[in-house]
Design a protein around this ligand. Sequence first.
Ligand SMILES: Nc1nc2c(ncn2[C@@H]2O[C@H](COP(=O)(O)OP(=O)(O)OP(=O)(O)O)[C@@H](O)[C@H]2O)c(=O)[nH]1
Ligand SMILES: [Mg+2]
Length: 249
Amino acid sequence: MDPVSLHKNEYIMSTNSTKISFILPCLNEEKGLRLVIPEIVFIAGKNNLNYEIVLADNNSTDDSINTAISLAKNLNIESRLNIVTEKIQGYGSVYRTGFNNAKGDIFIMADSDGTYDFNNINNFLKKIDEGYDMVIGNRFSGKMEKKSMPFVNRYIGNPILSGLVRVIFGIKIKDIHSGMRCIKRDTYHKLNLKTNGMEFASEMIIRAAKNKIKITEVDINYRLRSGNSKLKKIRDGLRHLKFIFSNIV
Ligand SMILES: Nc1nc2c(ncn2[C@@H]2O[C@H](COP(=O)(O)OP(=O)(O)OP(=O)(O)O)[C@@H](O)[C@H]2O)c(=O)[nH]1
Ligand SMILES: [Mg+2]
């Protein structure tokens, strides 16, 4: 991979060959995509990135796919949009399909619901440039819009599960459910991820800890979602918990 160099707080690729894949998991996110795709195109353009957008669709029944296609046409980035589909339902299974079809050297992952602010990406790339293999966005240390994270998740579920992962696996990550992450292609393949559901978020971090991957976090802003949430608090919380306890040894 070619190095990426910093210039006036913006990334200028030292050659054009370091490619970034933005990977967006999508289940009925027509509204969110209208925010996310133009935002990526704007930020990537401003930073001269060589990039692609991988839209990993997971049985959307709304107009998500057509929305993405017509946005790409209007923004003149048709050649950068790669739409892939995954029939097995779940955050983990759809992400694996997205990752496995991505052509970039560095993967940036984030929900397609407009919650994650792509203005944050320079901070992720800076950490990769410093030698980290995986970077996690921490929503608790950035600006969090009112009602963007449900009370139970913000004050109970996430702190308890993140705390458990820190204590059990000895890793200093405060927001293990954060959906905005950056990972090098080779690191992703090293992790050998297998889970299908939301516990994929925990699996990535726990496998990184077990494989002694160089991991860090950066502050990110978190916004109110567009469209309906796909999260099922109790079921998904229990899936995280089960994954954590079944991987202690
Ligand atoms: N939960 C879930 N998400 C999926 C699935 N397939 C694709 N996704 C996408 O994965 C991302 C995460 O789902 P969200 O509903 O945003 O979950 P969340 O971020 O924990 O919850 P919110 O704060 O309400 O956004 C979204 O972009 C979904 O469209 C699936 O089967 N289940
Ligand atoms: Mg979300």
